[in-house]
Design a protein around this ligand. Sequence first.
Ligand code: HEC
Length: 190
Amino acid sequence: MRVQSMLVVLCVMLLALVLGCDTKPAQTQPADTPAPEESAPEVEVEPEAAAPGSDVSAAAAETVEAAKETAAAAAETVSAAAENVAAVAEQAKEAAADTLSTAAESVTAAAEEAKAAVAEALDMAAAEAVFTKNCTVCHKADKVEAHAKAGLAEEPWDAVVKEMVEEKGAKITPEDQKTIVAYLEAKYTN
Ligand code: HEC
């Protein structure tokens, strides 16, 4: 009976110990750490966070200001570059206009020369026809070729034509005589 009651008391004490151990840490843990530690850092963190926060925003404002300045400088550079491009384009336009008008003048001059050359060739062809018609009736043109090589110093073309008309009986109009003389002078110019 005594031993049994002692055991019961022991058991009760053990239970009390165990409960005490369970409650003690349970009481200390929430009482010591979570409640004060959580509330204390929260209060401390707020001013700490507020101070660096204002520094950061000031630094950010400076950065924004610097970025604005950079952007303004870049805008100036871009507008200066745009002015340069416009000036270069103007110069290129003027140069192209000059080149075009020069080319147009060259084309006009070339067309003029070609026209003159064609007219001259036509005149020569017409004159040659007059010569052939009037001067190869009584002899061949080789007489004329021979005279061009040997006799021009002694007797020029106007004298030859005059001789053919007045002395040899060639019947050539005064106009054709002039054409023939001009043709022979142009063809056999020394
Ligand atoms: C009516 C005929 C006749 C006609 C047309 C004629 N000739 Fe002659 N030509 C002669 C006779 C004739 C001679 C002298 C004979 C010979 O040398 O064969 C001659 C000679 C010549 C000679 C060589 C004389 C020399 O001094 O070298 C020449 C050059 C010549 N003729 C050029 C012409 C020319 C140019 C014409 C055209 C304008 C022409 N003849 C038209 C009859 C003609």
